[in-house]
Ligand binder design. Structure first.
Ligand code: IVH
Length: 720
């Protein structure tokens, strides 16, 4: 039997009972934190944890003097990002693909039909609603009670901001008619009026002011002290959902109506649209209404209305196939170009950056903009054609800045009438400004690159910075600044060295704990964070290698296809055995088995494969990756996928599929961890053959590869 105090209402606890209860809660919550953070094995549900936490806070509020030194409400660490409990989203929080004009919208509609095998004329219904410019939040209701509110984070793991979310007036604490489990997703934002009032108040009190309502909303939600959040009026629009114990409706519109019935705020500007003309008409209406709205929007989101079709369309690695964000046009402003700097990237590219007199563009202060490359500065595009009427860009010029959403601002135009006398054309450096090696521009390449390779400090440091960045190894306590410092000390020259830091530390005259800004505790914490990252998701490892053209989405696509590093490395080395890689021989190469395998992967194109193959073909690069791999345990893509009966299997679809399109079958198989290939070989595990299957089915029979029909396949994966 637990002591009585545990069950009592906080209001009726005596002082002594409260003291004992705080001690008990501290013990429980510390143990829960330890299990969660250190063993990565939470021992209680999020809801359970939250209710303990809230009880602890309530008692502390009632008896502030009884608050313990080790109170669980005082979270560790200084930086807010360390202070929030991490939450794994049951369903990832994804982003949206963008459309910038009507042709992008038409392409989206075409791709939806094509994927679903529909005709050009078959109607597809969509809903269109404003894209709110705030930050997304997931609200998890269990038995109708808000159990956890989490930010998006990296899409997979977010931060628990439950007490803060409870201060938002549009976020109900309880939903009476909710299904047992209901995850509501939407956007937290701040109204223009509240933003202006907050900034005025901050200014008066000598506090930090915010550049725009979105930053203000983000800064207010991510406060360790929920009283601060409560003093900042935030709002919330619901527009999506995550895990639910029962389907909300058959359509997007119906589901949104359910959310409205549950008492949530949904967009009043949502409309059901038939086809692209209707979508674009609604876009125009919202664009016109934009100036009258009291909150920022940056486009219109289109979603396929039928939830059955949404399910069939599914997801790419980071975005749904059934939705797109049609963005509003970019914003413009004029300012002075003070200087042109050259940055050397991790792949050696020399990138010119415009240093600007700071200017506000669409609510954001801009002081740097990209100048792309030397042709762009000279007033030419990649094909040698004039841009900006051939006007070049010079230091001192009055320039027009163009900013579209989160994209890096660029210099769009020059006002020649304001050009200072004596301004000289910009001369692009022919040597790397960092290491002095020749900077070469290959034919057909718009970019000039440093040839210093591993001897170029800038390249090495940028590579390391990329390696520890958020989408890659994301090592807590090891950011750009620390990497620069460790590289300067000669401690870390390549990624593998990071994993040797601790071992080598004891042999050094000056140890990390003795370095300025470090101490025993922080050094040990860093070593622990590094140790923790020896176990790394395959896609993070791939992205971390910093290979040109290998972004996060492609890393996920490759990871899903190959499931582990050795088969991918082997395929890249196989592909590199083929003759010289250039445009002339590319067509022949596409037909070779290794290239075919790469190119069959959705989201993987020739440019990426070429770059991957070139990297793996360089002895020094390959050796560096091999040194790194020795320290790691690479985790295959998705634990759920590896439970599926087809995870890691090589599958070929052939003949006509009746119940789904080829693309759909392929996407579904890949989401279950299978590799889909276009040709049958001894490495094939399974052939799914529909009517009319010919040579591939025969080859499968010859090789004794298991073959089944479409119904067998659907039964196997549980979709029958
Ligand atoms: S739907 C599976 N609808 O835009 C993705 N997102 O750029 C579901 N956003 O991360 C998202 N307004 O934070 C959706 N009406 C709306 C939105 C919206 C704003 C945000 C959301 C998302 C981001 C993608």
């Amino acid at each position: 039997m637990p002591p009585k105090a545990q069950m009592k209402d906080v209001a009726s606890l005596s002082r002594e009972e409260a003291r004992a209860e705080l001690a008990r809660l501290a013990k429980l919550l510390h143990a829960a934190d330890k299990a969660y953070h250190q063993a990565d094995a939470p021992d209680r549900s999020d809801a359970d944890y939250d209710s303990l936490k809230r009880r602890n806070m309530d008692i502390e509020r009632r008896y502030p003097d009884l608050k313990r030194d080790d109170s669980p409400s005082e979270k560790v660490g200084a930086a807010p990002s360390e202070g929030f409990r991490k939450v794994r989203h049951s369903i990832p929080m994804l982003s949206l693909e963008n459309a910038f004009d009507e042709s992008d919208v038409a392409e989206f509609d075409r791709s939806v039909r094509k994927f679903l095998g529909m005709s050009e004329t078959a109607p597809v219904a969509y809903v269109a609603e404003p894209k709110i410019d705030g930050l997304s939040l997931s609200l998890r209701y269990e038995d109708g009670l808000l159990a956890c509110a989490a930010t998006r984070g990296d899409g997979t793991i977010g931060e628990d901001v439950t007490p803060n979310a409870l201060t938002i007036r549009d976020v109900p604490e309880r939903i009476r008619s909710a299904p047992k489990l209901l995850e509501i997703r939407g956007e937290v934002y701040m109204s223009h009026e509240d933003f202006a009032a907050l900034n005025a108040r901050q200014d008066e009190e000598g506090g930090k002011t915010f550049a725009n309502p979105r930053n203000a909303a983000a800064g207010s939600l991510r406060q360790l002290d929920s009283r601060i959040t409560a003093s900042r009026p935030l709002r919330f629009f619901a527009y999506a959902w995550g895990s639910v114990s029962e389907a909300l409706a058959g359509t997007q519109e119906g589901a949104i109506n359910r959310l409205k019935d549950f008492g949530l705020a949904t967009s009043p500007l949502l409309a059901l649209c038939d086809g692209i003309a209707d979508l674009v008409a609604h876009y125009r209406r919202i664009e016109e209404a934009r100036a009258t709205l009291d909150y920022d929007i940056d486009g219109v989101v289109y979603k396929v209305n039928d939830l059955g079709l949404q399910a069939r369309l599914g997801f790419r690695s980071t975005t749904p196939r059934w939705a797109i964000a049609h963005k509003f046009p970019a914003e413009l402003a004029w300012t002075r170009l003070e200087a042109v700097d050259i940055q050397v990237g991790r792949t050696g590219a020399l990138s010119p950056v415009a240093r600007l007199r700071p200017v506000t563009v669409g609510g954001v202060v801009v002081s740097n903009a990209t100048l792309h490359n030397e042709d762009y500065i000279a007033g030419r595009d990649a094909g040698g054609n004039e841009i900006r009427g051939g006007k070049d860009i010079r230091a001192g010029d009055r320039v027009q800045i163009y900013r579209a959403g989160d994209v890096i601002p660029k210099v769009a135009d020059v006002d020649l009438s304001k050009r200072p006398k004596g301004a000289m054309p910009y001369e692009f450096p022919k040597k790397c400004p960092e290491c002095g090696s020749p900077a070469i521009r290959e034919e057909g390449d718009a970019v000039r690159r440093c040839t210093g390779g591993l001897i170029c400090r800038a390249q090495a440091v940028e590579k390391l910075k990329h390696f520890v960045s958020r989408g890659a190894f994301d090592i807590e306590g090891l950011g750009a600044k620390q990497v620069e410092d460790f590289h300067g000390r000669g401690w870390v020259a390549e990624p593998a060295d990071i994993f040797l830091l601790e071992e080598r530390d004891s042999e050094r005259e000056k140890r990390l704990k003795d370095v300025d800004g470090w101490g025993e505790r922080s050094a040990n914490k860093l070593f622990a964070a590094i140790r923790e990252r020896r176990r790394i998701d395959f896609h993070r490892f791939l992205f971390g290698l910093g290979i040109r053209h290998l972004g996060e989405a492609a890393a996920k696509d490759l990871a899903r296809h190959f499931n582990d590093w050795p088969p991918l490395a082997a395929a890249a080395i196989d592909a590199a055995r083929e003759p010289a890689i250039d445009d002339a021989t590319q067509a022949a190469l596409d037909g070779s088995p290794a290239w075919k395998e790469f190119l069959s992967i959705d989201g993987v194109g020739r440019t990426l494969v070429r770059s991957l193959v070139l990297t793996m073909d360089q002895e020094a690069e390959r050796a560096s990756v091999e040194r790194l791999v020795k320290h790691l345990e690479i985790v295959p893509p998705d634990a759920r996928a590896s439970d599926s009966p087809v995870a890691g299997k090589a599958i070929v679809f052939t003949g006509t599929l009746v119940r789904m399109t080829r693309n759909e079958a392929k996407a579904r198989a890949e989401s279950l961890g299978a590799r889909v290939s276009g040709s049958v070989s001894a490495k094939t595990d399974l052939v799914v053959a529909g009517p009319g299957a010919g040579s591939k089915a025969r080859k499968a029979a010859e090789l004794g590869v298991e073959t089944m029909d479409e119904d067998g396949w659907l039964a196997l994966i549980g979709d029958a």
